[in-house]
Design a protein around this ligand. Structure first.
Ligand code: AP5
Ligand code: MG
Length: 218
C-alpha cells in the first residue's frame, strides 16, 4: 500500500535531513510545511507577513491555514504514490485531518519519531546553515561544508541561517513543541503506528533504520 511517512521530532531533531534522503532514495515528495511557509517570505501580503511573524516567534501557524496548504499540496499528481510529511501534523486537529486525508487518498500512515535529547537540539539548530539554492542542510559543528559557509554543490551560494535559529527562539520552539506536538506521540502510539528512532547517531545509520521501518510496513 502507498504510504504517508510522517516524520516527527523536536526542532532540530533531523526531520528535514532525513526527509531529503527519503525523497532522493524512495522517490516520494518531501512536504515540509515549515519550508512552504518560509517560501512566502518574499511576498508582500498581509497573510505572508502574519506567517513570517509567527515563524520568527517560534509559534504555530493556525490549523486552518496549515490544513488548507497540506490538502492542496497533497492533491497534486506527484503525491499519488505517497509522500513524506516533515513538520506536519503538529496538533491533534492536524492529526485528525490527516486520518481523513489518508483514507480519502488510499494511503497508509507510518509515523516515525526521531528522538534527540534536549541538550543536543540547541547546537543542532544554532549550528544549522542552509543552501539558499538547493536547500541542502549543513551544520557548522556536525556537518560543515567543504569550504566555509559555501554550499558543496553551489560554489556561488553563501549559506544562510534561519531567523528562528537563535538560542532564545529555539527555547520557545521547543516549548511549543512540548505543549502542542509531543502529545501526538501518544496519539500515534495508541493507534499502533508509532516507530521510535534514535536520532543521535550518524545520519546514514538513522536513514537505514527509517528505511527498514518504511519497508516493513505493508
Ligand atoms: P519547521 O521548519 O518544521 O521547523 P522545526 O520543527 O522547528 O524543525 P527544524 O526544521 O528546525 O528541524 P529539523 O528536525 O528539520 O532538523 P534538520 O534536519 O534541519 O517549522 C518552522 C516553523 O514553521 C514553526 O515554528 C511554525 O511557526 C511553522 N510551522 C511549520 N509546520 C507547521 C504546522 N504543521 N503547524 C503550524 N505551524 C507550522 O537538522 C537540524 C540540524 O542538525 C542541521 O544543521 C543538520 O545538519 C543537523 N543534523 C541533522 N541530523 C543530524 C545527525 N544525525 N547528526 C548530526 N547533526 C545532524
Ligand atoms: Mg526542518
Amino acid at each position: 500500500m502507498s504510504k504517508i511517512i510522517v516524520l516527527m521530532g523536536a526542532p532540530g531533531a533531523g526531520k528535514g535531513t532525513q526527509a531529503r534522503l527519503l525523497q532522493d532514495r524512495l522517490h516520494l515528495p518531501q512536504i515540509s510545511t515549515g519550508d512552504m511557509f518560509r517560501a512566502l517570505a518574499n511576498e508582500k501580503t498581509a497573510l505572508a507577513e502574519e506567517v513570517q511573524n509567527l515563524q520568527a516567534a517560534g509559534k504555530l501557524i493556525s490549523d486552518e491555514l496549515v490544513i488548507k496548504v497540506v490538502r492542496e499540496r497533497t492533491a497534486r499528481e506527484d503525491c499519488r504514490n505517497g509522500y513524506i510529511l516533515d513538520g506536519f501534523p503538529r496538533t491533534t486537529v492536524q492529526a485528525e485531518m490527516l486520518e481523513g486525508l489518508a483514507l480519502d487518498q488510499g494511503h497508509q500512515i507510518v509515523a516515525i519519531f526521531v528522538d534527540v535529547p534536549f541538550e543536543l537540539l540547541e547546537k543542532r539548530a544554532t549550528g544549522r546553515r542552509i543552501c539558499p539554492v538547493c536547500g541542502e542542510i549543513y551544520n557548522i559543528y556536525f556537518r560543515p561544508p567543504a569550504a566555509d559557509n559555501v554550499c558543496d554543490h553551489h560554489p556561488d551560494a553563501t549559506l544562510v541561517q534561519r531567523p528562528d535559529d537563535t538560542s532564545e527562539k529555539i527555547r520557545v520552539r521547543v516549548e511549543t513543541y512540548e505543549q502542542q506536538t509531543k502529545p501526538l506521540l501518544d496519539y500515534y502510539e495508541k493507534a499502533g503506528r508509532l516507530h521510535r528512532v534514535d536520532g543521535t547517531g550518524d545520519k546514514e545509520a538513522i536513514y537505514r533504520y527509517i528505511e527498514k521501518i518504511v519497508n516493513s510496513e505493508s
